[in-house]
Design a protein around this ligand. Structure first.
Ligand code: PMV
Length: 328
């Protein structure tokens, strides 16, 4: 009745931005990401507790945070088809700071894998990915390692909307992602609200959906050939297009700040001088640099020269795994 899992975060190269179903978290388009090590979240789930208890990074979860965890576990109980009683959940991330880089993807992936195991269900990436998706969309891509593709699916019940691994972590050991924390503050507009606002008010949104869907196949080809330059160009233009559709919302939504733009400018100059480095940007001001092993130290230096208060150098991460040691 008790199980513990560890999962890594992921950063999208082709982003997810916008839901066609808010309750089930079904996206308008497919997305593709790289799972990242060494950052991780470990989560222990035990069914049959006296009452529902959710502890995240040493704090008792409340409100929507708690509701999302318990909702995912209700779906686990439905999959198990038996009464498992209230749940105790303890989760801990080893992220350097909570606000700079979202840990929710790793958190919900670990919760889905641990929850299924605690309920006596077999390890099954597809089922775990569907569960993780209900916590946070991008979490469905953290159940497996390497390069994972969240296929949007067609069904209204979401049973065909999950992530599949396209290339495992060993496929491209040389690729690196360097997270540059420029700003530790909370996001002004959470991705959940930002994407809803974009879907509802941006005239560019249909073009975004069409373009992102097409880029998936191109990204797959570049990854298959280890073509860093082509993948870097693709991931930059996809990030710009996601932000362009948000900027075109009414009122406009701008996640970049002057430090973000200064770093991008500097990165372009370095690239002109021959450094293989590109960026991507989620719904916040902190860029993630894409480079290779030979240039990760230089990429960190570039980020620090542009005012990064923290930098995390990441390598391709593996699958979410069950652990023998529990958190309680
Ligand atoms: O899964 P969420 O609700 O945290 O949304 C993630 C949205 C982006 O990070 C901007 C893009 C992505 O695909 O991860």
């Amino acid at each position: 009745m008790k199980a513990t899992a560890l999962a890594h975060p992921n950063i999208a190269l082709v982003k997810y931005w916008g839901k066609r179903d808010e309750a089930l978290i079904l996206p308008h388009q497919s997305s593709l990401s790289l799972t990242l090590s060494p950052l991780s979240v470990t989560t222990t789930v035990e069914f049959g507790a006296s009452h529902d208890q959710v502890e995240l990074n040493g704090h008792t979860a409340k409100g929507s945070e708690r509701d999302r965890v318990l909702r995912l576990l209700e779906a686990v109980k439905a999959m198990a088809g038996k009464a498992l009683g209230p749940a105790k959940v303890v989760s801990r991330g080893d992220f350097p700071m909570a606000a700079g880089l979202a840990s929710s993807a790793a958190g919900f992936a670990a919760l889905a894998v641990a929850g299924r195991a605690a309920a006596g269900l077999p390890a099954e990436p597809r089922a775990a990915s569907i569960l993780a998706r209900m916590g946070s969309g991008s979490a469905c891509r953290s159940v497996q390692g390497g390069f994972c593709e969240w296929q949007r699916g067609e069904r209204p019940d979401g049973e065909d909307s999950f992530a599949v691994q396209r290339f495992d972590a060993a496929h491209w050991p040389d690729v690196r992602m360097v997270v540059a924390i420029l700003d530790r503050g909370e996001k002004e507009v959470k991705s959940r609200d930002g994407m809803k606002h974009t879907v509802e008010t941006s005239p560019y949104y249909p073009a975004w959906v069409q373009d992102a869907e097409q880029e998936i196949a191109h990204a797959r080809e570049h990854i298959a050939r280890h073509d860093l330059e082509a993948l870097g160009e693709l991931c930059e233009r996809n990030a710009w297009r996601m932000h362009a559709t948000a900027l075109a919302a009414n009122p406009p939504l701008c996640y970049l700040n002057s430090a973000t733009l200064a770093l991008i400018q500097h990165l372009r100059e370095q690239r002109k001088k021959g450094m293989p480095v590109w960026f991507t940007l989620d719904a916040g001001p902190n860029p993630v640099l894409l480079t290779d092993a030979a240039h990760e130290v230089a990429a960190e230096a570039l980020a620090r020269a542009c005012g990064a208060v923290d930098v995390v150098r990441c390598v391709p991460g593996g699958d979410a795994v069950l652990k023998a040691e529990h958190l309680f």
